[in-house]
Design a protein around this ligand. Sequence first.
Ligand code: GDP
Ligand code: GDP
Length: 478
Amino acid sequence: MTEDFRGKRGQVPKKLQTVVLVGRPNVGKSTLFNRITGIRRAIVAPIAGTTRDVNSSKAEWGGVRFLLTDTGGMFGASEDPLHDMVSARGQRALQEASVVVFVADAVSGALPADQEVAEALRGSGKPVVLAVNKSDDRRAQAGTLEFHRLGFEPVIAISAEHGRGIGDLLEEVIARLGSRPAPVTEPAGEAADAGEEADSAAPPRDERPDVTAVAIVGRPNVGKSSLVNRMLREERVLVSPMPGTTRDAIDTELQWRKRRFRIVDTAGIRRPGSVARSGAVERVSAMQSKRAIERAEVVVLVLDSVEGATDQDAAIAGAADKAGRGLIVAANKWDLLKDGGPPAARKFDDELARQMKFLDYAPVIHISARTGERVPKLLETIDRVSERRRRRVPSGELNRFVRDVTAANPPVSPGRREVRVMYATQVAIAPPTFVFFTNVATTFHFSYERFLVNRLREAFGFEGSPIRIEVRARSGRR
Ligand code: GDP
Ligand code: GDP
């Protein structure tokens, strides 16, 4: 399963070292694999043992390349009485591993099956990093404490789904890869050729899943159900209500041009005739919004343009941002305001920008679910935002960015030593996540982080997507 690749100067072809994901079913290996490689290949479903094949893909972190292998289904698919704890293929994958990432689940806690996996791993003698996934979940046990008794250090809390802690995890992984292969990226200045080479190995540009999950959220009566109905009318090719992941969630799929959109949780929004405005209704809708956001790639926040944005709208937008989803603001009922012409639109947008300062990346579309005005434009924007947040910046371009932007505007150093950004890597997509490597350990001031985010957005697009930034000292080892 391993592949060769040419060393940086094109001399010695080096065998890529292999990092293997191991863990019982349903802990999130497949999600983590997708998160690190940016590839969406296996069906992620809450059914034990859904992903059964060995899957490998090249990955890179902190300038180090490796092969990532997911052993989904090869460890403890214990529903199957004939299935050994570790299948032959699992054994093989383990033998080839340079480092093992043992994935466990913070929601379920450490189970006997985890103990069994731990035994198998101890037998292999391989270096193990334990990743406790789903730490974003409210039901997650208090931290990683109980996982230490599985006997591995370090134990790192992550959320594969939200992209949290992935940098920390990979940092530990890289530190355990035997002899460090030559970095594929170099400090700014000497980067050009190494960067170009990395580009040729970059994954294909459109890394999107076949179906884009979209959440239509907002307060009661802003026009969500009218909008969904209008969208379905716009393109009536494919309409199929299908059960979502929870019992009362119904999703609806529609085809738009060559893309398929799945509107999640339409059961919640299509309930007709509720005009009540009591606190209870607001609370229910807030809960539905939250659930829909969790399940979506792109969030469309619907506002009533006459009323403008409220605190609850800001809260919903904040939740989308926090979850790393794409965000679009649909200013609905624009038919009631459009007599004001472009000045009215500008005034509305300015006011909105003032209310939601930190969400200036979200495109605002003035629509009317009633007349259908600009609903096609909304669909087009959903498509574009879903593409942008999965964009991967080629390392050559990122190195040029570092050279042009951070060299001209270095971070302000809190201590005595001058802080310089040496190079940067995009470690994840959806949302795009960048690690900036500095000459000394430091943190970026909030305003500098914001500066970088704005510049990254200017340089590479990312319309409608939050951008995450991490900082690390260049020497990877601790
Ligand atoms: P695998 O069987 O180990 O490959 O697990 P999957 O990647 O298929 O994930 C199993 C389930 O856990 C899916 O429903 C995922 O959506 C969910 N999941 C994965 N990672 C996370 C996470 O970081 N947080 C939460 N809350 N759920 C997750
Ligand atoms: P929901 O509670 O967010 O799903 O809102 P509805 O879709 O039920 O709409 C609430 C009310 O606003 C209904 O009376 C709709 O007819 C009206 N409405 C929805 N969209 C528009 C629009 O674009 N323009 C106007 N003028 N009214 C709208």
